[in-house]
Design a protein around this ligand. Structure first.
Ligand SMILES: Cc1ncc(COP(=O)(O)O)c(C=O)c1O
Length: 435
């Protein structure tokens, strides 16, 4: 029994009619990977309005580690909806906000007292983490990385690296942002010690560490293509930050909630970030994000300095609490490791046969394949990758690309996917690789 069931070509007639309405009513700015419209989602599958069943290897851009339609999450949201939808936490408070803050304080890395602020999106979490870091340190500077992605707000774009489509035409950007080369092992000419020396030199040649509030880092690049920072580098950077009064913000927005084989990627690195940003799979698809950090840092900001109308909306809090409980009950970190092994092994087989497969890498189920035109020059094979993704969608597997040059295929499969579904999806990709 296969899962993929295509009754029409993709997109089918009903999706095509909706695409025409979309074109007339919605600007072209928001990009779309799949030209289909969804009727329902179950686990790792999506059924579109034409009755086509597709495998979802992109999981709501990483927000569906728990998959589509988890019964406990739906029940929690339904129960909350029957009581009240919203009050605004600033006006009248409610228990789910507190319960979620307590839960995140307990499960995030760091053996110290913590506090949590809830906001709405990943970008907003990053904005707030930086606000808090600047307030606490009374310093202006922010250090970010090449290939980083922090969202689409002004500060999000300023911390982000990739120009097209994220920054082109949207400047001027926020000041006091300094950009380190990411420790990109596959593309760097430096070894780990060289990268660490480069990082230290950066604080002589680019910015005075005494004026830096925080370093913002994705321990595994998300949009940048699942590049895994070496542990030695992260530990050296964390030590440098500590020695110089710079706060370390670990962005766990794409890496968090079991994706890397642990609840948080930070757990692979044996260090304690001062602040952690979370969003995406935190709430099973409901919009909520969080900044969790050392209590004395979080507490430093004056009353009224943080918040927003919808931050920590009760439906999203109820969803997040149920999502985390389910991730723990199903032991999804262990499952992510197994899924990652399967994804990695298949990609390593492709690497033996297909000269375009330049690099296979990742952490847990956060696995990516980087395509290059030539293994020596490592020239990015963008057109090949974009074409591959398109053909896979047409054949029933929803995939997404990544990387500054869009030449990286990344898997964000829901971690509730079955082995049979995983094999079926990988078979489709394998056929399209050679097509
Ligand atoms: C690491 C990282 N940080 C921040 C963001 C921004 O999140 P959002 O799209 O919810 O604003 C993303 C989104 O992809 C991300 O991957």
């Amino acid at each position: 029994m296969t899962t993929i069931a295509l009754r029409t070509s993709i997109p089918g007639p009903k999706s095509q009619a909706l695409l025409a309405r979309r074109k007339a009513a919605v600007p072209q700015g928001p990009f779309n990977i799949a030209p289909i419209f969804v009727e329902r989602g179950d686990g790792a599958t999506i059924t579109d309005v034409d009755g086509n069943v597709l495998l979802d290897f992109s999981g709501g851009l990483g927000s569906l580690n728990l998959g589509h339609g988890n019964a406990k999450v739906v029940e929690a949201v339904t129960n909350q909806a029957q009581k009240f939808l919203h009050t605004c936490f600033h006006i009248t408070q409610y228990e789910p906000y507190i319960a979620l803050a307590e839960k995140l304080n307990a499960i995030t890395p760091g053996k110290f007292a913590k506090k949590t602020l809830l906001v709405n999106s990943g970008a907003e979490a990053v904005e707030n983490a930086v606000k808090i870091a600047r307030y606490y340190t009374k310093r202006p500077g922010i250090v970010t990385f090449e290939h980083g992605f922090a969202g689409r707000t002004l500060l999000g774009m300023s911390l982000t690296s990739k120009v097209m489509p994220y920054k082109y035409g949207f400047g001027p950007f926020a000041p006091e942002v300094y950009r380190l080369p990411y420790p990109y092992v596959y593309r760097s000419e430096l070894d780990e010690d060289g990268m660490i020396a480069q990082m230290r030199e950066f604080f002589h040649s680019h910015v005075d560490p005494r004026s830096v509030a925080c370093v913002w880092m994705e321990l595994v690049l998300g949009e940048g293509g699942f590049v895994v920072a070496p542990k030695k580098y992260v530990q050296a950077l964390a030590k440098f930050c500590k020695d110089n009064g710079i706060l370390f913000i670990a962005d766990e927005i794409q890496t968090g909630f079991a994706r890397t084989g642990k609840m948080f990627a930070t757990e692979h690195y044996d260090f304690e970030p001062d602040l952690i940003t979370m969003a995406k799979s935190l709430a099973g698809g409901m919009p909520v994000s969080a900044v969790t950090g050392r209590a004395e840092i979080m507490e430093s900001v004056h009353v009224g300095g943080l918040g927003g109308t919808y931050g920590g909306n009760p439906l999203a809090c109820a969803a997040a609490l149920a999502t985390i409980e389910e991730i723990e009950r199903l032991d999804l970190p262990a499952r992510a490791q197994k899924i990652g092994d399967k994804l990695r092994n298949r990609a390593l087989e492709w690497q033996k046969k297909h000269p375009l497969v330049g690099d296979v890498r990742g952490l847990g189920a956060m696995v990516a394949v980087e395509f290059v035109k030539n293994r020596q020059t490592k020239e990015p094979a963008k057109e090949f990758n974009v074409g591959l993704v398109k053909r896979c969608v047409e054949n029933g597997v929803i995939l997404i690309y990544a990387g500054t040059h869009s030449n990286i295929l990344r898997y964000l499969v829901p971690l509730v996917i079955t082995d049979a579904q995983l094999d079926e999806g990988l078979d489709v990709i394998e056929r399209q690789l050679s097509a």
